[in-house]
Design a protein around this ligand. Structure first.
Ligand code: TYD
Length: 214
């Protein structure tokens, strides 16, 4: 089987990171070669860019700057980690990818989706995820789950509720536009129940990929 890129998307606190870890362990138990990574980050350069992006100090950051920095971190990630791992036949589990830029910088900040697509095509060389799991939960519930004080929140988490609502709607719009690779997962259930839904989707996806020898 060729390498597979499975991406976890959703607003902060939607449970995607926990689900990624649980799925990864189950895949490993079944013998799949799993690689875990995240955006922004996944590489030394990317983690440094992440530091700038999430630091509440930079309140003045322009939306364009923000979008370009996410794309810059992504370019490094694709070249240094994702492409080699996929070429080596790994199942790569990635916490956020292009969908986050479309949802946060596009729907959230109001930048045009064409601009986001354009800079990200340059960054990724056209690499697309094989499967995108979108964890859907209301921003109110997400905030409760994060349960943090304002001074513990990063620059994006500090955005107003309306911003997070636009991001959530953005994800749902993206899912409707690309039904072939996106799956919306209801994040309101327990961790175990959500995992079972994730597992059903991933198992089916891997079975079909294997059957088609894709
Ligand atoms: P995340 O790693 O999910 O944060 P945490 O470690 O706090 O769970 O993501 C960091 C933030 O970056 C998150 O608020 C979403 C944002 N983001 C974008 O706005 N655009 C992007 O392209 C990416 C990858 C992330």
């Amino acid at each position: 089987m060729k390498g597979k890129l499975i991406v976890f998307e959703g607003i902060d606190g939607s449970g995607k990171t926990t689900q990624m870890q649980i799925l990864g362990r189950r895949l490993e138990r079944q013998g799949f070669p799993v690689v875990y990574t995240r955006e922004p980050g996944g590489t030394r350069v990317g983690e440094s860019i992440r530091g700038i992006l999430l630091d509440p100090l930079y309140r003045e950051m322009e939306p364009q700057t923000e979008a370009l920095l996410y794309a810059a971190a992504r370019a490094q990630h694709v070249a240094q980690l994702l492409q080699p791992a996929l070429a080596a036949g790994k199942v790569v589990l990635c916490d956020r990818f292009l969908g986050s830029s479309l949802a946060y910088q596009g729907f959230g900040r109001g930048l045009s989706l064409e601009f986001i697509d354009h800079i990200n095509n340059l960054a990724t060389g056209g690499l697309k995820p094989d499967l995108v799991l979108i964890f859907d939960l209301s921003p109110c519930l997400c905030l409760k789950r994060i349960g943090a004080q304002v001074n513990e929140l990063d620059r994006l988490e500090r955005e107003e509720m309306a911003f997070h609502r636009r991001v959530r709607e953005g994800y749902l719009t993206l899912a409707r536009r690309e039904p072939a690779c996106c799956r919306v997962i209801d994040g309101r259930q327990t961790v175990e129940q959500v995992h079972e839904t994730v597992w059903r989707e991933v198992e089916r996806f891997l079975r079909e990929a294997n059957a088609g020898n894709k």
